[in-house]
Write a protein that binds this ligand. Sequence first.
Ligand code: NAD
Length: 346
Amino acid sequence: MSQNNQIQQQIKILTEKLNRYAHEYYTLDAPSVPDSEYDRLYRELEALEMAYPTFRLPESPTQRVGGAILREFASVRHKIPMLSLNNAFSPLDDNGKFIHTETLAFDERVRKDLELSKVEYTIEPKFDGLAISLLYQDGIFIQAATRGDGITGEDVTENIKTVRNIPLKLQGQYIPDLIEVRGEVLMLKKDFEQLNQRQIAQNQKTFANPRNAAAGSLRQLNSRIAAERKLHFFGYGIAQFSGIQPENAPKTHAEELLWLQDLGFSLPTGNWHICANIAEVLQQYENLNAKRSTLPYEIDGMVIKVNSLAEQEKLGFVSRAPRWAIAHKFPAEEAMTQVETIDVQV
Ligand code: NAD
């Protein structure tokens, strides 16, 4: 086989493998490999596609967001697509210190594109749950949808009503006519432990990790079961809103978060920050990584976002991710000793 044929074959194998893993992860909530393995293969494919763009397959996972939606749910078309995030990894050097080349390159590109010598960022935990869009009209919760493939998600309105820290009626100083809140649904570590203990006591299969438990619970057709499964929500963004005077509208991501808090949403208080520059961001990465195991919820990194909304708009998007944010991943923690999961129950 010629070298080109070999590379083409390798791209095909990686694409098929990653698509199978993505189906298990997003659609069935039952992954068969650890995230670190998925990330490693994804990067291998990305590098090959970059070097040999003509061999890239249309169904490549690098060209799309998430997975297929379950037919059992009504589908919801997102007015504003729900995208993914590009990743940055920081390997450790021989002395156990992080090498931040990829995050520094992100900052350099952002500064270059904005023609600024310094950019203000926010950092937040990268929650290991699933993305949800919540729609409110005149302050009343009307619809919730999963990310799905980014364009179309699943209608999980009834199940979301069982998540106790999601307000069904907004409060606060400025109530918009319409608002679409984006955030993450997850299961707290203690609730996950209790759920698995209950599953064992009832001779049922256990969940592999809190993310799968949260995804499986939210995508239950029986909302009574979802209600028993204690889910939790953190807001991390606003996709759209109307009916607010421009002077009262948020100008930065931090102001968006504070508005969400005022409206009644939970934030990861004490674990999100405004950083004056990339050096402060890197310091927060070390702080959050050191705290990681003591947090009540699982995180797999830190999300770095350009704070100014005007600057975000200037930077815009590439096909599957914003150019103004990056997921700065933490070193892999999981060893996937047990791959026991339960299928979505319908
Ligand atoms: P992602 O999880 O890497 O990043 C995008 C998501 O981050 C958003 O959709 C949102 O839900 C979430 N997020 C959490 N906190 C956030 C915050 N503060 N602000 C904004 N967004 C926040 O992207 P993805 O495309 O959903 O998943 C890719 C990852 O999923 C891979 O890197 C891999 O680790 C894992 N995965 C694993 C398997 C497997 O088989 N084990 C398969 C597919 C994907």
